[in-house]
Design a binder for this molecule. Structure first.
Ligand code: AKG
Length: 422
């Protein structure tokens, strides 16, 4: 066990969160490890995100993003290493001086000179990393496991002696030798590291592999466990979720998932997943209605559009199109929505300008336009919309003008009654 109380697990021994013990004795055994209702976010837009192909953050932009992340409610903000460049070092100092609520971390190589430079910047803690897979040991830094362990212990002891928080992580954890990895983590836990990190650097891990590794590690160390998932194979959100189920305490994210290659677990996507599992925790901790603004800020800074299928904020995330969906949604939104757009300050949209539409959607549109029709009339009007939409794609304006013209026709019919035959 480390010399300091581990951060974030309420001081529980063996990292098990007492908040997870529920009164139900029949709860599945694995769940007592789960932190799905008590996780922390290490937001890495200003570190991993700076590694995104399009990213160039000047100081002003970094400060804007840091303030927006802090306002959103993330627990930690991770910054690029001060050893990366002189401006990175100055930016690190500038962000530390902002007095944000979030703790400020910087991400450094497992190297004493990098650590010394980092502690001078005023950060609250260091995220120390070194590659442990044979790929990285042979082709990147060229160090063996004995060297890694010795240096890790020295760096951790140094950072702790400066009164700062320290995390030690192995890069490419899922392609590292398990025995090597566990004995390294055990050694750093013994000298009181605050967190150990597992990184799926190449995005190769499946949720089940993540669960197994985190669960095994949970039995070996008493400190907190941070996890970092790349999205090369599309598992980054699922992997983060499984890591929490297996006892991880901290998840690395970036806004819109930006990072090396196609990036890491996106902050918004993680929020979408976690609000379903732990609504009270997520709603009380994060200002969800600020998510779109935060994503727009980052999207603009790195000159990208938010993808159409982005969880929560993709342009059609709350759009319902097929007639049967529209009908049910209009009766009760829970029929086809697991997320409530109102939780994020957003609204749903029921599509009616297509051949898949149904009369219930058209009836709602008729009401929105301030018009009155009987159900039979709406059905007739719907048939006209579908007929045009069978010929070509139609816009809202097209559908609206069909509705208005049809409605006008009804009035004309009422006005020009043929004379009664006596
Ligand atoms: C990676 O391995 O992909 C990283 O970006 C480092 C992650 C870490 O420090 O845990």
């Amino acid at each position: 066990c480390g010399t300091d109380a581990p951060n974030g697990t309420n001081g529980a021994s063996n990292g098990v969160n007492p908040a997870n013990f529920r009164s139900n004795p029949y709860q599945p055994v694995g769940d007592f490890l789960s932190n799905v209702g008590s996780f922390k976010i290490i937001e890495s837009t200003l570190r991993e995100g700076e590694q995104f192909a399009n990213a160039y953050f000047d100081t002003e932009t970094k400060i804007k993003i840091a303030k927006a992340l802090d306002d959103f409610g993330v627990d930690y903000i991770e910054l690029t290493s001060p050893a990366a460049s002189e401006q990175s070092r100055r930016d690190c100092e500038a962000i530390c001086k902002l007095g944000l609520k979030a703790k400020i971390l910087t991400h450094v190589r497992c190297d004493m000179r990098d650590a010394q430079l980092a502690v001078e910047t005023g950060v609250d803690g260091l995220d120390v990393v070194i590659g442990t897979s044979s790929f990285l040991r042979e082709h990147s830094h060229g160090k063996d496991m004995a060297y890694i362990e010795k240096t890790a212990v020295e760096v951790i002891e140094y950072v702790k002696s400066k009164g700062l928080e320290v995390r030690f992580s192995s890069e490419d954890s899922f392609r590292s030798d398990l025995v090597d990895l566990l004995s390294l983590y055990r050694a750093v836990d013994k000298v009181g590291v605050h967190r150990v990190g597992i990184a799926d650097t190449v995005g190769c891990a499946s949720p089940r592999q993540v669960y197994d590794l985190v669960r095994t590690l949970r039995g070996v160390v008493s400190c907190d466990i941070e996890t970092h998932f790349h999205d090369d194979t599309g598992c980054a959100i699922a992997n983060a979720y499984c890591a929490l189920e297996a006892g991880a305490t901290h998840i690395d994210t970036s806004v819109l998932g930006i990072g090396e290659r196609n990036g890491i677990t996106p902050l918004g996507g993680l929020m979408a997943r976690m609000i379903v599992t732990s609504p009270d925790y997520v709603k009380s901790k994060y200002k969800l209605h600020k998510l779109k603004e935060l994503e727009d800020l980052v999207a603009e800074a790195v000159e990208i559009n938010t993808p159409f299928n982005n969880p929560i904020t993709g342009f059609c995330a709350f759009t319902h199109k097929a007639g049967i969906h529209a009908k049910a949604i209009l009766n009760n939104p829970s029929t086809y929505e697991i997320l409530n757009p109102a939780d994020f300050g957003l609204t749903r949209y029921v599509h009616f300008a297509s051949r898949l539409t149904g009369w219930n959607a058209v009836k709602t549109r008729v009401g929105q336009l301030g018009l009155e029709m009987t159900d039979d009339q709406v059905k007739e009007c719907t048939a006209k919309i579908k007929a045009l939409a069978d010929v070509r794609p139609i816009a809202i304006d097209d559908a609206d003008s069909i509705i208005r013209t049809f409605h006008l026709g009804l009035h004309e019919q009422n006005k020009v009654q043929p004379p009664a035959v006596v």
